[in-house]
Design a protein around this ligand. Structure first.
Ligand code: GLN
Length: 486
């Protein structure tokens, strides 16, 4: 048998079901893999080896007793912003360096109830603000396909860990692209569900009207399994929707006859890397081969997306991050003379540069006198952006485009240039502004061997169309068995 860590989630679950492997062996193999390669990848901020082995033993027991859940015995990783009672939840920030949450995020409980084994917590941009994972206070994860390259962000550690076979799959969050963009740069699958599809309870908030939790996996079938495990209403998240969860696996293997794929002309604008453009056109042709019809569509408000997002997201972040004041939990500067000074010193010392920049922009956009000109105006334009999508989805099932304007950059290239980093989010943030589901699926490589992703977007709650087309693409292109050499 091939080394156990190279299995995909659905392959591993099949072998567990057949009794050909045990959860304990599988977990040990992943812990060994982490020990062997994480010095180079730097994906994990914490690894809970003992807990993972204990969870694996109980998974084996559950299966033997015929009580196996959907993910029974599958070793997974978590972006380090999901609250867990048995591992730290740092959010990649000094502010929460030693924080242990008093409760589990709903999605963590759901994974555990489905029998999953949690290997550890993965590196990310501080409080999920960034597109490179360089804004992590502790370490910078690297792209498994090429040393010295970013793995994207903010769920960079999770995408890198999946690509490097350091877990079978992972959970990330996506506020403006943080699942899809690192998935694309690391050559794995990443899906941002519809706003409201998955509970956000216990996922530390960045921008509450945009944040959504979703899977990062080695292939589309695995993505369907993970989504099925985490989706659904949660009484602890008022934005989660009471809507039955489909059996997402049922759409796999279907061709695309009768499906219409829209190709927005605004997404193939100047600034798009030529190799990315070619790979994406090639992928769109592959969707046609699988039976889909393609049409050119227009999303005329695309040019405002970056500006709208970079007002709304920082505004909401400035409000969400007001809670980190050093009083009840997290980093606290105790040398201060009085309470006010303690607030100032705690926030000055606990937050990194990018987080402070967002808090400043957001506070400004919300302040009296500027609220109407910035936050309110941005919210109005957001409605126009959403209406663009409603119109396009009245004539097509999917929208296809690149995920990122170019492949993974060198570490450091964007670090001192926040504006360029923000501009590179242009293709992913509109899905969050509109609340629609979107997915990145590997669709090729540059001449340098760096992965390229195809971006698929669908109407609200039509995750099934994404999975169906994503898997059709996978079988047309046949590139998803390729692995980075480590
Ligand atoms: N790159 C975007 C930002 O910096 C998106 C981050 C995210 O989705 N969490 O805000």
């Amino acid at each position: 048998m091939e080394a156990l860590h190279t299995l995909s989630l659905h392959q591993a679950l099949d072998l567990l079901e057949q009794g050909a492997i045990s959860a304990l062996e599988l977990t040990q193999a992943h812990l060994e893999r982490i020990a062997a390669v994480d010095g180079r990848i730097k994906a994990y901020l914490s690894v809970g080896a003992e807990q993972a082995l204990t969870q694996a033993r109980s998974a084996d027991k559950e299966r033997a007793q015929g009580r196996a859940g959907l993910l029974c015995g599958a070793p997974l990783g978590l972006k380090d912003l999901f609250c867990t009672t048995d591992l730290p939840t740092t959010c990649g920030s000094r502010m929460l360096e030693h924080f242990i949450a008093p409760y589990n995020a709903t999605v963590v409980d759901k994974l555990r109830k489905a029998g999953a084994v949690i290997l550890g917590k993965q590196a990310m941009d501080e409080f999920a603000m960034g597109s490179t994972s360089e804004h992590c206070a502790f370490q910078i994860p690297e792209n498994p396909w090429k040393a010295g390259r970013i793995c994207g962000g903010s769920s960079g550690g999770s995408a890198a860990a999946v690509a490097a076979d350091e877990c079978l799959a992972a959970l990330g969050t996506d506020t403006g692209g943080s699942i899809r963009q690192p998935a694309s740069l690391c050559g794995v699958v990443g899906l941002k569900p519809t706003y409201g599809r998955v509970s956000r309870y216990g996922a530390v908030a960045f921008a509450s009207s945009l944040d959504q939790v979703g899977p990062i996996t080695k292939n589309v079938a695995d993505c369907a399994i993970m989504l099925e495990a985490i989706a659904g209403f949660d009484q602890f998240d008022a934005t989660s929707v009471r809507k039955p969860v489909p059996r997402y696996r049922d759409v796999l293997g279907k061709d695309l006859k009768g499906m219409t794929v829209g190709v927005p002309k605004e997404y193939f604008d100047k600034g798009l890397d030529i190799e990315v453009e070619q790979a994406v056109h090639n992928a769109i042709a592959a969707l046609e081969n699988a039976g889909a019809r393609t049409v050119e569509v227009s999303l005329p408000h695309t040019e405002y997306c970056v500006a709208v997002y970079y007002l709304i997201a920082p505004a909401e972040a400035s409000s969400n991050l007001a809670r980190f004041d050093g009083i009840r939990y997290g980093y606290s500067d105790k040398d201060a003379g009085d309470l006010l000074e303690q607030y100032f010193r705690t926030r000055a010392g606990g937050f990194g540069e990018e987080v402070k920049r967002r808090i400043l922009i957001g506070t400004y956009a919300l302040s009296a006198g500027y609220y109407d000109a910035y936050y309110k105006k941005a919210s109005q334009v957001r409605t126009l952006i959403r209406e663009d999508f409603t119109r396009v989805f009245s004539e097509c099932d999917l929208i296809a485009s690149p995920v990122c304007p170019g492949p993974a950059k060198k570490i450091g290239a964007l670090h001192d240039d926040p504006l360029s980093m923000y501009l590179a989010d242009i293709l992913t943030i509109s899905a969050n502004l509109a609340g629609i589901p979107a997915m990145s699926v590997p669709c090729g490589f540059t001449g340098d061997g760096l992965p390229i992703g195809l971006h698929l977007q669908a109407a609200h709650f039509n995750e099934e169309a994404l999975l169906q087309a994503g898997q059709a693409l996978e079988s047309q292109l046949g590139i998803n068995s390729l692995k980075p050499v480590l």
